[in-house]
Ligand binder design. Structure first.
Ligand SMILES: [Zn+2]
Ligand SMILES: [Zn+2]
Length: 487
């Protein structure tokens, strides 16, 4: 039985999202946004997606200790603190997104990219074609394929061996500088191709403009096949002086530039906005009585002012659908190729494998390796993001351990009251309309904490089949047998 009065607990609030302006912007305006959406924004941005409501509520609960927390205790001096759960919503929750960005950077660097030179590529579309991808997000996956087709041919053409294979990681980004809907692809591609003998051949220095016409043909074909545009529109657009299709190619990043590769990996999945460049002016502070957002553009270096509602409306168009993948792997980096290589590596190192046992062993080892790596990295990732190591005792520097998860309402209240941290909820529960999907927002266990408790306690998994990997989410496209993906 927990004796709250006997506890000396600190609250460790890694994010404190409730205090910042971004949080206030969302909290102050989300209800009205949903209320006016059909009338004001539907025509421009499409139907309101119930999933957006779910993401917003999760975000508003992120880091709120009233919804549960972990108790972390120092083995040496017995110091304790509580750590609230996080929402894990990508794109919308800045801190949770950032955590995923860092994880993804490490994943790419350590698990996917080989020690060969790479380049960044960016493929973008004319304004005229962008809305199709907003109304029908399934097209974004196909857009990714269009770029791969063109780039693969180009990279193969740049080497002189037979059967060369390039490798690409393609991330879909939907936002422009001021959150306008601008679907484009950020690509990390091998700067050359792998050859069947296992060697790598660097290609010729590319000229990005070479690819624009071919990319246009691929995209036109896609949209025509999907019934979005007609031959007349294509002919018309083909006569434009500037096609609007753009391909950019960066400088090569050498095989030994670890920091460069990790930075690039993080960049391709970065968040739609930077909180540092955003200023929120609530109704009370706005001269004309309308809440506003002033945002500083990164490249243009100009400030633009929006009503808070317009800004939020733009922002929610960039929330991917539940389970929607934003990153894909192709060629040498495809799941299939990576799977085969892992399997081969396993066979090489297994003594006298019996034919029956190889397959089983392969599957298990694939998952285990990735998870172990992540378990090892976990504490360091948290440190990177919060600049504090939650597993290091702030009092004595000793190792800390998660001793329990507190999810029971009565116990939460008891502990928070004791700590003088108990506050009435700052937002109301969702208003559910009869024709809307009912959304239950439950306090939830954060995946990281399950990982952490196992890592810290040194326990091994006993339930590998049900524990989700850190890449349960969008950044991965690993085989379904390897991992589960849900939001
Ligand atoms: Zn201690
Ligand atoms: Zn969050």
């Amino acid at each position: 039985m927990l004796q709250a009065a006997a506890l000396k607990l600190d609250t460790y609030l890694p994010r404190s999202p409730r205090k910042n302006r971004y949080f206030r912007l969302v909290e102050d305006n989300y209800e009205q946004l949903e209320w006016v959406w059909d009338q004001k924004y539907q025509q421009k941005y499409g139907y309101w997606r119930p999933y957006v409501t779910a993401v917003i509520y999760k975000f508003l609960d992120c880091g709120d200790p009233h919804l549960g927390f972990a108790r972390v205790k120092c083995d040496d001096c017995k110091h304790e603190y509580i750590l609230p759960f996080s929402c894990k919503r990508r794109h919308f929750c800045p801190s949770c997104h950032q955590k995923r960005v860092l994880e993804f950077g490490e994943h790419l660097h350590e698990e996917v990219l080989q020690d060969v030179p790479h380049r960044q590529w960016v493929f973008s579309l004319p304004k005229r074609l962008r809305p199709y991808f907003m109304y029908d997000r399934k097209l974004l996956a196909k857009l990714s394929r269009c770029a791969w087709n063109v780039l693969a041919d180009y990279l193969k053409a740049g080497v002189t061996r037979n059967d060369p294979i390039p490798g690409c990681v393609i991330a879909v980004q939907t936002f422009g500088e001021f959150l306008n809907f601008n679907p484009h692809l950020h690509i990390i591609a091998t700067d050359g191709c792998f050859c069947p003998d296992g060697s790598f051949m660097t290609g010729i220095t590319p000229d990005a403009a070479d690819l624009e016409a071919a990319f246009a043909v691929e995209v036109f074909d896609l949209l025509k096949k999907e019934g979005k545009i007609s031959r007349i529109i294509i002919n018309n657009m083909n006569n434009w002086e500037h096609s609007g299709f753009n391909v950019y190619c960066g400088q090569p990043v050498s095989a030994w530039d670890d920091a460069g590769i990790e930075r690039l990996s993080q960049y391709i999945v970065r968040a739609p906005i930077s909180q540092e460049r955003m200023l929120y002016m609530p109704v009370q502070e706005s001269p004309d009585g309308t809440a506003k957002v002033v945002y500083g553009g990164k490249t243009s270096r100009v400030n633009e002012t929006f009503t808070a509602l317009d800004w939020l409306a733009r922002l929610v168009t960039h929330i991917p659908n539940k389970g929607e993948q934003m990153v894909r792997y192709y060629g040498y980096y495809s799941n299939k190729s990576r799977g085969i290589r892992k399997k081969d590596a396993l066979i090489d190192t297994t003594e006298n494998p019996s034919p029956g046992s190889v397959n089983t062993a392969t599957t298990i080892v694939k998952s285990d390796l990735a998870r172990k790596k992540f378990r090892k990295n976990w504490a360091r990732l948290i440190q990177k993001i919060y600049f504090v190591d939650p597993l290091l005792c702030p009092k004595c520097g000793g190792g800390m351990r998660i001793i329990s998860f507190i999810e029971d309402d009565a116990t939460i209240k008891k502990i928070l009251m004791h700590l003088d941290r108990w506050l009435p909820q700052t937002h109301d529960p969702p208003q559910v309309e009869a024709d809307r999907i009912t959304i239950h927002i439950h306090p939830h266990r954060s995946y990281e904490w399950w990982e952490a408790i196992k890592y810290v306690s040194g326990n091994e998994y006993s339930d590998d089949t049900i524990v989700q990997s850190p890449y349960e989410d969008e950044y991965s496209q690993l085989d379904p047998c390897e991992y589960n993906f849900t939001d």
